[in-house]
Design a protein around this ligand. Structure first.
Ligand code: SPV
Ligand code: MG
Length: 548
């Protein structure tokens, strides 16, 4: 850091809790019992959180008798701390054991960003102060002081706070005993004293405050004497008020009312407007932050490739089987052909899939695709379908026939293959060829020595011999385009649309037109491992293919 640069350090959570305790004015902290309630407390403006033992055990659905283990409490604290910036004071009951357990607790709390712990002078397992308080046994003063000292000795951050809670009034003792204990705990190193009372009037805590006379910060929990005007506490020199269980109780009252209403009315219509919207829940969870983070960190990892699948035709050759559905919905091994294609895309995180449908399009019920219609599918060909999918074109796109089955590496290799436009050509013997094969004539035939060298497409035709000589293989119906390739494609479609025979043109004519225009179409050679479905025989082969 350059010298002379002023840095403003945000005080850490421990320091902020200490400042709250030592503040000359009356401060307030509010109970929270999980991540979302902690966030709500913070948003309300509170400067600190009381991680109430009662509320945390209640949200787990168990009693406030150390039934939830201390590690379960700490686990919840971690969520609360992660989701907030304000300090958390844990209601640590009796410290969950002796001095040794207390030390481990303090260590773990500091590790998880908890600013302080309050321990009470009762015996483990404790009982809530408002249940049979008079019958509760208090801890031995010396033993409790040892616990305080052990905690103070082990803490790393000098501002980590240990609040000692005096339960003398709760257990039926008098002011003298309360003061005796408070004095001992103060001497042992407690950063503040919490004086607890279960009376409906503040008399005990006020009497204590007067005698205590600011020897150390004083904390109160006015759950029972809630009607006392806050000004009274201010005047009495109280440092910190804990509203100890009101988030839990608010939630419980609201949940009971809503559950009863929905149960009896059997509709959500009456309650929707009186509960938090789902959007509000997303906000509290920080969903937006994740979206932003995804923009920043995730874009390059996500596949941006868009796939346009041509699937408008019926598949006449498959006769009766396509009476009620298009060819792409024929089941292969129990799964529609198109579903299989979509699954291959998903494996490579290609999630933008547009299917241009036509014949019986209403029967295409595949999740995760966008469907675009070619309403004239009966009288038009592939290029009209492709033009119908034009709004889905992108600078990283694939055009495929919908009746293809292939091993996934072919798609992966195509994605990895450089070039503005790339076609996949099977240079194998082509024993599976049915229908009218699209023979590919290429600049160089496939040979092993070719590996890594560039090959260009010269022509596609279903003739077995042309002016280009013998075919080098068969185009399998997969085309890859990048930004420039997409522009060439769009220009070509605009030009070809002007032709009288546009309605009858197919993908081969498009490729040939592009080559004639001098646009390089690269060839990716493969050797089998794919098939398309044109006939009943193909269906059989397809079943074997999917299982082989
Ligand atoms: C708690 O919130 O768990 C407390 C305060 O210990 S009280 O329930 O008032 O004892
Ligand atoms: Mg408690």
């Amino acid at each position: 850091m350059p010298t002379g640069t002023a840095t403003i350090l945000t005080p850490n959570k421990c320091t902020r809790l200490r400042r709250l305790l030592e503040s000359p004015q009356l401060e307030f902290i509010m109970e929270a019992h999980n991540g979302i309630s902690a966030r709500i407390v913070e948003e309300a403006g509170f400067k600190g959180i009381w991680a109430s033992g009662l509320a945390i055990s209640a949200q787990y659905g168990v009693r406030d008798n150390n039934e939830a283990s201390w590690t379960q409490v700490v686990e919840m604290l971690e969520f609360m701390s992660d989701t907030t910036q304000i300090p958390i004071l844990l209601d640590g009951d009796t410290g969950y054991g002796n001095f040794n357990n207390m030390q481990r607790l303090v260590k773990k709390l500091e590790q998880r960003g908890i600013a302080g712990v309050c321990i009470e002078d009762k015996l483990f397992p404790k009982t809530n102060s408002f249940i049979d308080g008079d019958r509760q046994t208090l801890a031995n003063i010396n033993e409790f002081c040892g616990k305080i000292k052990a905690g103070k000795d082990i803490q790393n951050d000098p501002d980590f706070c240990i609040v000692a809670r005096v339960e003398a009034f709760i257990a039926g003792w008098d002011l003298r005993e309360a003061l005796r204990r408070a004095e001992a705990y103060h001497e042992a190193g407690a950063d503040a004293i919490l004086i607890h009372s279960k009376l409906s009037r503040p008399d005990q805590v006020l009497a204590f405050a007067q005698e205590w006379a600011g020897r150390s910060p004083l904390v109160i929990v006015p759950t029972k004497y809630y009607s006392t005007p806050t000004e009274v506490f201010r005047k009495a020199g109280i440092s910190l008020v804990i509203w100890a269980n009101h988030m839990l109780r608010a939630g419980v009252a609201s949940m009971q009312a809503i559950a009863n209403e929905v149960y009896s009315s059997e509709t959500l219509a009456n309650i929707e407007d009186s509960i938090a919207s789902v959007k509000e829940i997303f906000r509290l969870q920080g969903a937006e932050e994740l979206l932003e983070a995804e923009q920043r960190y995730f874009t390059t990892q996500q596949n941006q490739t868009h796939a346009v699948v041509l699937a408008a035709s019926r598949g006449q050759e498959l006769a009766d089987l396509t009476d009620d559905k298009p060819k792409v919905m024929l089941p292969i091994g129990g799964k529609p052909l198109l579903r299989r294609l979509v699954d291959e895309f998903k494996k490579l995180a290609i999630n933008d899939i547009t299917v241009v449908a036509g014949y019986k399009s209403e029967t295409i019920n595949i999740q995760g695709i966008n469907i675009t219609l070619n309403p004239d599918y009966e009288t038009t060909g592939e290029l009209v379908s492709l033009a119908c999918g034009q709004s889905a074109f992108s600078d990283d796109m694939l055009v495929l026939y919908g009746d293809l089955l292939f091993r996934n590496y072919i798609l992966q290799d195509l994605l990895d293959c450089p070039g503005e436009m790339v076609v996949v050509v099977d240079s194998g013997a082509g024993t599976n060829i049915t229908g009218a094969p699209d023979y590919a004539y290429c600049s160089v035939p496939d040979e092993r020595s070719l590996f890594g060298k560039e090959v260009n497409l010269l022509h596609i035709s279903n003739a077995e011999e042309t002016e280009y000589g013998k075919p080098c293989g068969r185009w399998i119906g997969m085309l890859r385009l990048r930004a420039q390739g997409r522009r060439w494609l769009c220009e070509a479609l605009e030009e070809l649309k002007k032709r009288q025979d546009f309605n009858s043109l197919g993908m081969p004519e498009l490729c040939n037109y592009l080559v004639e225009q001098g646009k390089p179409i690269k060839v990716l050679y493969i050797n089998g491992h794919w098939l398309d479905v044109n006939s009943l025989d193909d269906l059989d082969r397809a079943s074997n293919f999917t299982y082989s």
